[in-house]
Design a protein around this ligand. Structure first.
Ligand code: FAD
Length: 384
């Protein structure tokens, strides 16, 4: 039996959330160990689209996405070129008058909160993105939204954390995570006063009872067609499908990669935990994309894949102490926004661990919202 090792924080899971948390904690002077079962950034982080996007579903979602976007901006100059961070901007595409009104509402809402955006007429949209079908009603350009290649970004965060002394334990899995101990599958034990469950869609395996469901998504990537689209293009109807909590859905969501490839999304499915590509779902997703970008039908798709989002009932992540174990903290439940919100998540946790006032309120994301009988002492720590 190996002697237990001690540190200040043990993080289970080396996706973008765990890696960003390791970096934030290491920067705050903590001794960090991160355990990753496979390889860093290989889970949902590798499957995701890498769209860094400000969302307006709720004030809480806005606060987390906007703060995180600003943290991405601040870090972008120090990221390696292979992380492919590019401030492409999002165009929310309106196909009819109803969606144009929604674009106008969104424009006003963002303006009230200091986020730049510009309403586009039908002609402006056509000249900015000539491959979109003719006759669309217009759109909303949100220029500070960006794209990134998430697995490289995650690896970069982890490498930076390691340079500050963090330890990476890769190729081993955590089998127990509670009461100040992380037990690994080879019997080794890590001890820390703070444990972080950053296992994404698999978080419930080590912390039973979490309000998380897996939400499957498909993506497809084409060969290289530089300049085919310039911005992340998302249909305004996306909001309807992303909000549906029961039905399977697809929506037009297309991203230009730095390589010239076009990343095509996306689908959302509950109750399907099979990682195989589902042909009807894939066809529906590609048809939807071709409805907006007809010339897409002539392009070659090189690869398709699936991934699982960690969805919560209120569409907000679980960031903070888990009330039934004073040593256990959660950083999961980010659904389709975990790339965007990883940095603000890490900032909230590191601030709580070091007693610093974070720039945004941690309140809306506290896991105790799902457990009325929570432990006041630990919650107080998060608020301090
Ligand atoms: C199709 C799709 C498109 C998306 N597009 C976007 C987007 O454009 N923008 C955006 O912001 N978000 C997007 N997302 C969401 C985003 O990908 C996720 O929210 C994010 O990657 C979650 O990161 P994570 O670190 O929490 O989880 P993961 O990346 O899944 O990391 C969890 C890690 O834990 C490891 N692990 C599991 N069990 C154990 C164990 N027992 N011991 C040790 N390690 C373990 C896994 O190997 C994995 O590496 C998308 C997701 C999907 C599926």
């Amino acid at each position: 039996m190996l002697a237990p090792k001690s540190c200040d924080v043990v993080i289970a899971g080396g996706g973008i959330v765990g890696a960003a948390t390791a970096l934030a904690c290491a920067r705050a002077g903590m001794r960090v160990a991160l355990v990753e079962r496979d390889f860093v950034g290989g889970g949902a982080t590798a499957a995701g689209m890498g769209h860094i996007v400000v969302m307006d579903d709720s004030e809480a979602q806005f606060a987390l996405t906007r703060r995180s976007q600003q943290l991405w901006q601040a870090l972008s100059a120090s990221m390696p070129a292979t992380a492919e961070y590019e401030p492409r901007g999002t165009i929310w595409v309106a196909s009819d008058e109803e969606e144009r009104s929604e674009a106008a509402r969104k424009h006003a809402w963002l303006a009230e909160r200091g986020v730049p955006s510009r309403l586009l007429t039908s002609a402006e949209l056509a000249s900015m993105e000539p491959n979109l079908r003719a006759g669309l009603a217009g759109g909303l350009l949100v220029p500070e939204d960006a794209v990134v290649y998430p697995p490289v970004a995650a690896l970069h965060f982890l490498r930076e954390a390691q340079a500050l002394g963090a330890e990476l334990i890769a190729g081993r899995s955590v089998t127990h995570l509670e009461d100040g101990e992380a037990v690994l599958n080879d019997g080794a034990t890590l001890r820390a006063p703070r444990l972080v469950n950053a296992l994404g869609a698999e978080a419930s395996r080590l912390t039973p009872g979490l309000p998380i469901r897996k939400r499957k998504g498909h993506l497809a990537i084409t060969d290289r067609y530089a300049g085919f689209v310039q911005h992340q293009l998302v249909e305004l109807g996306y909001l309807k499908s992303a909000h549906s909590v029961s039905a399977d859905s697809v929506a037009f969501n297309v991203q230009p990669r730095q390589t010239g490839q076009i990343l095509i999304g996306s689908s959302r499915q509950y109750g399907n935990e099979d990682s195989n590509v589902n042909q009807p779902m894939l066809s529906a997703m590609l048809k939807r994309a071709e409805l907006y970008l007809p010339a897409l039908a002539q392009l070659t798709v090189l690869r398709v894949w699936t991934g699982f989002r960690a969805a919560t009932p209120d569409k907000l992540p679980l960031i903070g102490p888990w009330p039934s174990d004073p040593t256990l903290w959660l950083a999961t439940g980010h659904e389709g926004l975990g790339i965007t919100t990883a940095l603000a998540t890490a900032e909230l946790l590191a601030a709580a661990f070091t007693g610093i006032q974070p720039p945004i309120s941690p309140e809306p994301y506290l896991p105790c919202r799902y457990m009325p009988a929570s432990t006041p002492a630990v919650e107080e720590e998060m608020h301090s």
